[in-house]
Every structure is written in structure tokens, then in C-alpha cells.
Design a protein around this ligand. Structure first.
Ligand SMILES: *[C@@H]1O[C@H](CO)[C@@H](O)[C@H](O)[C@H]1NC(C)=O
Ligand SMILES: [Zn+2]
Length: 453
């Protein structure tokens, strides 16, 4: 039998075929990316790479990130400021390369763990029936690195075109100070040429429904004070021994510590807003084969303090306090700093990012999180240190944000985990943030885009 089709029918068949074909294309192009279990399994793969200090497997992580970059058609560059410590720099070029770019930073290393104290091995990335993914780095901060990539995957799939260039940096060594990672990267010519306008880096998990967001961090001052005094018999009462001189200082430090802590306890200040000081070592005494000589007052005594200074604090008054109360020369004391990070950036301004309407990047982030149905808590000062300081030091704005709500803070702890639903929600946040940032063009009254942002 011979069937003659009318043009009309042919047309319909063609349309039907096209429809079918597009359905097929659609299925093949999007289903594997949209399936949450596929997204989660990519996260698990990154978590399974053992990048724990002190022997992180950086090249395995680099290969994994490069394979992700290739699958997303992102430009990639492997920078080794120090041999064996690769920084991966990925680039999604914007349509206006003259506008300052966006940098999404994350670190690839994680802190060590004690596997026997974990419910699931720290590099298995075990997914339990509640949807919790157990792994070292699940919160700090492989989640964020992958969320950036997944957000870009979605934006690309949706056809979004960035106006500003978006860079992703995966840096080594954050957990040991970032000197061979973010610090060298931020000081490099390559970084200069990137013309970065805003940096996004890590934050902390939040046990409640509000995401935490950080606009600054406290600056570590590692202080060692040393007292000297005449040695003498352990039975003799006399003034100005090294021990007595040091104890007077310790008493003064403790009064200061208590006053700062009281502000936190009374709810007047957040943890990141006060200067914390904790004694971390005491070194004194004359060693003997069984311990210490018990009938001798030593001629030297030393103590070490980890001080964390918010950039909002008065640096000079603290310096004065140290010189006049904690280690005064009049009490035969000296002091040194093992580390002293300035509370000022290279322009002499407090090293912080404005978290108000004066900073468009802040406003955009706030709006983007809201748009993605996320809630932000009050902006905070990060209590410890992150790589963000190396970017803020250059006068750049940097916002710390790890989208993990309803999550116990387990960074550096046993059984670090992140729930897969929270992880996936975090991708929504970054999709919204990257979209807002990469589309942002400030127009002046004459319509020209301003480039100083
Ligand atoms: C400081 O050292 C000098 C010289 O050893 C001593 O005479 C003086 O009493 C000491 N002062 C204090 C406060 O320890
Ligand atoms: Zn971290």
C-alpha cells in the first residue's frame, strides 16, 4: 500500500519529529545535571580526595577540578607559586572584560582528622539515611568550591551570559596560614591583571535558619612576654622575681580577658567584635632529672598569648596596654610578636568590607540570597582567620559566606558533615549571587558604566 501524505500532514510529522528530537536533546542535555543524586555524587568525589594537612594530595584535587572545568568549558590555569602546591584558576569570561571581575575563592586543603573518632571514615563521604554527608571538608570548605561550580553549571545550562568575568580560585594551604596559597596569589601579577572587584570566600555554618555572613575577621597577634628577675632560694621572700613579675602581667591580662568576655556573655557584643586573649603557653622553671628544681626561684619566665583583634578595635591603645601593663620595661619585662597582623589595609583603613548600602556588592548579595529564599543573619566579624584577609589587605571588598543553615558548626571537629538538602540549597544561593554579581553594571546619569567598582 502506498500512502501519500499531504503537505499538511508532512508538516505535522516534521513538527512532531522536531518536538521528539528536542525532547531527546533536552533529556540528554539536562537530566544528568538536574538529578540531585548526580550533583551530590560529584561533591562526594571531591570530598573523597584526601587533601588533609600536612600531606594534602593536591594534584588529585587539581585533576578533579580541571575535569570539572573542562565539563563546563571554563578556561583553566594551574599556578604553582610554590612547587607542589597548585592554585587552580578558572575563568568564565564576561562580555565586558573592562569591568572589574568577580573572584570566587575556596581552599582545597582540609585539616587532619582522627578517623577512629568518626562514625564514618573522613574520606568516604558516606551519605547516611538522613541525607547527611560525612567527610572532612564537607563544611570547610569543599562544599563551597563545588557549589560555585554547580551554580555555574546551572547558569550555563540556562543560557546565562555574564557581563563581568567570573574567576574561581582553588587555593592550597589555607589551613596552615595560606602563605604559599592565597597570599602569594593575591600578591601576584596574574592577580593584578584579573582586575578583581569583589571576592567571595568562606564563612561558617549556622545552627539556625539564618545564613552567617562575614565582612571582616579578627587579626591574630601572637604575643610572647618575658620576665627576668634575680634568682634566689625557694624559701626566701623577696621582691621582683621573674615569676612574680610575670604573674602580675598574667593577672592584668586576665582582667582584660574577663572584661571582654563579659561583653559577649551579656550579649552586648558578638564573639568577633571583642578582643580575645588566651594564654597558650607558660615556660619557666629549672629542669631537674625528675621534673623541676623545687627550691630555686628562676631568673626567667615566659608566657605566650593568642590575641585576636577585631579591625574595629583601637590598635594603638592595645599596643600601649601591652607595652605599659602586660610587659612593662619598668618591671624588667620584654615582649615579642610571633605574628602580628595589622588591623589596617595597605591604604591605612580598617581591614573590613562595608556591610551596608554604601557597598553595592553587599546590597547585591543580600538581595540575591533573599531572591533565592535564603535568610541572612546580621553580618559578623569572623572570629578566626581565613584567606579573605589577603584580599582585604589590598583594599578589596571580600565577603565570607558558606551557605549552611540549620547545621551544627563542625569545622575541624570529628564527624564533620553537611546535609545534602542544605548543600543543594547552597547551590541556589550561589546561582543567584553569581547571576547578580556578573550582571551588575552601575550606570551613571549619562548611561555610561562606571568602572571603579
Ligand atoms: C629590674 O632589674 C634590675 C637589675 O637587675 C633590678 O635592680 C630591679 O629591681 C628590677 N626591677 C623590677 C621591678 O623587677
Ligand atoms: Zn576553611
Amino acid at each position: 500500500m502506498k500512502i501519500r501524505c499531504s503537505t499538511f500532514l508532512n508538516c505535522h510529522l516534521l513538527l512532531f519529529r522536531l518536538y521528539f528530537l528536542s525532547l531527546l536533546v533536552f533529556t540528554f542535555a539536562t537530566t544528568p545535571e538536574e538529578d540531585p543524586s548526580v550533583i551530590v555524587s560529584r561533591f562526594q568525589k571531591y570530598l573523597q580526595i584526601n587533601t588533609a594537612q600536612p600531606h594534602p594530595n593536591y594534584y588529585e584535587a587539581a585533576d578533579f577540578i580541571l575535569s570539572q572545568a573542562n565539563s563546563l568549558s571554563l578556561h583553566s590555569q594551574t599556578l604553582e607559586f610554590v612547587e607542589g602546591k597548585p592554585t587552580l584558576l578558572l575563568k568564565w569570561p564576561g562580555s565586558n572584560p573592562n569591568l572589574p571581575s568577580i573572584l570566587l575563592n575556596s581552599h582545597t586543603d582540609v585539616v587532619p582528622s582522627e578517623p577512629h573518632k568518626w562514625a564514618h571514615p573522613p574520606f568516604d563521604a558516606h551519605l547516611d539515611p538522613n541525607g547527611d554527608i560525612y567527610a572532612r571538608g564537607s563544611q570547610d570548605m569543599k562544599c563551597v568550591g563545588m557549589q560555585y561550580l554547580e551554580a555555574i553549571r546551572r547558569l550555563k545550562a540556562s543560557g546565562f551570559q555574564p557581563i563581568r568575568t567570573v574567576y574561581l580560585s582553588f587555593v592550597p594551604d589555607e589551613e596552615i596560614g595560606g602563605h604559599d596559597g592565597a597570599e602569594k596569589f593575591a600578591d601576584s601579577d596574574i592577580f593584578n591583571k584579573m582586575n578583581v572587584g569583589i571576592v567571595v570566600d568562606e564563612g561558617l555554618a549556622s545552627p539556625n535558619e539564618n545564613y552567617r555572613v562575614f565582612y571582616a575577621e579578627r587579626c591574630p597577634w601572637w604575643l610572647v612576654i618575658k620576665a627576668t628577675g634575680a634568682p634566689g632560694h625557694g624559701a626566701k621572700l623577696y621582691d621582683n622575681t621573674a615569676m612574680e613579675n610575670l604573674l602580675k602581667s598574667i593577672e592584668s591580662v586576665r582582667r582584660f580577658r574577663a572584661a571582654q568576655f563579659d561583653l559577649v556573655k551579656a550579649g552586648l557584643k558578638a564573639e568577633g567584635e571583642v578582643t580575645s586573649v588566651n594564654m597558650v603557653f607558660l615556660k619557666a622553671g629549672t629542669p631537674s632529672p625528675t621534673g623541676f628544681v623545687m627550691n630555686l626561684q628562676p631568673s626567667e619566665a615566659e608566657a605566650g598569648f593568642d590575641i585576636r583583634v577585631p579591625p574595629t578595635a583601637d590598635q594603638e591603645s592595645l599596643e600601649k596596654r601591652i607595652a605599659e601593663e602586660w610587659a612593662p620595661a619598668s618591671r624588667n619585662m620584654t615582649f615579642t610578636f610571633k605574628q602580628k597582623v595589622s588591623v589596617h589595609d595597605k591604604f591605612g583603613k580598617p581591614i573590613l568590607t562595608a556591610a551596608d548600602s554604601s557597598n553595592p556588592w553587599w546590597t547585591l548579595l543580600e538581595g540575591a540570597v533573599k531572591k533565592a529564599n535564603g535568610k541572612l543573619g546580621k553580618p559578623e566579624i569572623f572570629p578566626a582567620s581565613t584567606d579573605a584577609r589577603y584580599f582585604r589587605k589590598r583594599g578589596l571588598p571580600a565577603i565570607g559566606f558558606s551557605p549552611m543553615a540549620n547545621t551544627p558548626i563542625l569545622l575541624h571537629d570529628h564527624n564533620e558533615f553537611l546535609n545534602q538538602a542544605e548543600y543543594l540549597k547552597g547551590i541556589d544561593m550561589y546561582e543567584s549571587i553569581i547571576k547578580a554579581y556578573a550582571s551588575y553594571v552601575e550606570h551613571t546619569r549619562d548611561g555610561a558604566s562606571r568602572e571603579e567598582l
